[in-house]
Design a protein around this ligand. Structure first.
Ligand code: OSB
Ligand code: MG
Length: 379
């Protein structure tokens, strides 16, 4: 594919309003856009979804920048890549750092699709021309404030509403949503805030006919999630726990969940996401695509992966305007009545708008052929 340069565009984007989960609140999002440039000057784009702090998972943006600069960027420049699937193999000796790997791999996939002059969705075997999306709502200071937000999003036509919960902000809050909005498609996300000691509270949630409860227990706890699922009627959906193909295989075998949220960054990229997709499909486990407060590049990657057939549940890729006053792509992601139309153009289908990106840009670092992988170990 002849990748000559990798650019890391580092942005800080202010959120329209704070986003609060069981692990904390944020008002700004650090985003790194990866640009892979080939020998013809064609660029492919990926987005690094690492958190600002290692709270959602062990990865965080400052560490990702180092990992991409020292290892993953130089590796794709200095090795022959015939197909984007080669990238996972190339990165394999390097443990974890999935979001950093996926950011570079994502740029390679977009570039590959552009070189083939095909939409990324087609290149990966997707089969939909539009995808269903829901929206994820953070915790608010009061239940009334949350009810207001839920009302707005129901009005906008999203296919399902997800609300964040944590101990003390769960059963009563969900009851109020049901009382006010009736049988809307509703789910909750705990971001690992509970343990099996809280099983009575989690069982109480069974009364509300939720589509699923996302990641109630800690990320490593496949066994506890399996015990929990046996005692709940509500499907458990795993997010944080599914940090690799192997974790997905383990969760399916143990019965730790009935649904999986796939985040391309968390599992190490598109190649791994497809592998998980095929496995889950074989086992009758439905998928949906999770979000990481992405800007347009990451959002359009999410749309592409969602075109695979076993992504049967609405994902978190709401309109760009859900979080951003102005997104960095043209066009932005637009959900109409909870449906995003897949753009029938090469690659992710949308262009990075450098004029719009400028207002957020703090720094661009360029990795060139002069930069070799920066390692102590050698063959
Ligand atoms: O748990 O799904 C999550 C955002 C950041 C980190 C973790 C999560 C989320 C979201 C928002 O729920 C998803 C989105 O709208 O992008
Ligand atoms: Mg989640």
């Amino acid at each position: 594919m002849n990748i000559k340069e990798i650019k890391m565009h580092q942005l800080v984007m202010n959120l329209k309003s704070h986003f609060t989960t069981s692990f904390g609140s944020q008002q700004e999002r650090f985003i790194t856009i990866i640009e892979a440039v080939d020998d013809q000057g064609v660029s492919g784009f990926g987005e690094c979804v690492s958190g600002e702090d290692p709270l959602y998972s062990e990865e965080f943006m400052d560490a990702s920048l180092i990992a991409m600069k020292k290892y993953f960027g130089p590796l794709v420049i200095h090795n022959t890549i015939n197909h984007p699937d080669d990238v996972w193999e190339l990165f394999k000796p390097f443990k974890r750092n999935n979001m950093s790997k996926a950011a570079i791999e994502g740029a390679v996939w977009d570039l590959y699709a552009k070189q083939q002059q095909q939409p990324l969705a087609d290149v990966i075997g997707g089969s939909k021309s539009e995808v269903d999306v829901g929206v994820s709502l953070g915790l608010e200071d009061t239940d009334n404030a949350l009810l207001e937000k839920v009302g707005e999003k129901v009005e906008e036509g999203y296919k399902r509403i997800k609300v964040k919960i944590k101990p003390g902000r769960d059963v009563d809050m969900v009851r109020k949503i049901r009382d006010k909005f009736g049988d809307i498609p509703l789910m909750v996300d705990a971001n690992s805030a509970y343990t099996l000691d809280d099983i009575e509270v989690l069982k109480e949630l069974d009364a509300f006919d939720l589509m699923m409860i996302e990641q109630p227990l800690a990320a490593g706890d496949l066994i506890d999630h399996a015990k929990l699922q046996k005692q709940l009627t509500t499907p458990v959906c795993l997010d944080e726990s599914i940090d690799s193909y192997e974790a997905a295989a383990g969760a399916i075998e143990l019965g730790s969940c009935e649904i999986i949220n796939v985040k391309v960054g968390r599992v190490g990229g598109i190649t791994q996401s497809i592998k998980i997709h095929d496995l889950a499909q074989k086992h009758g486990i439905p998928l949906w695509c999770g979000g990481m407060l992405e800007a347009g590049v990451g959002r359009f990657h999410n749309v592409a992966i969602t075109t695979l057939p076993n992504f049967t549940l609405p994902g978190d890729t709401a309109s760009s305007g859900r979080y951003w006053y102005e997104d960095i792509t043209t066009p932005e992601v637009i959900a109409e009545n909870g449906v995003v139309t897949v753009i029938d153009k090469p690659g992710i289908g949308a262009a990075v708008d450098f004029d719009k990106m400028q207002q957020y840009l703090k720094k661009t670092e360029v990795i060139t052929e002069a930069d070799k992988p920066d390692m102590i170990f050698y063959d």
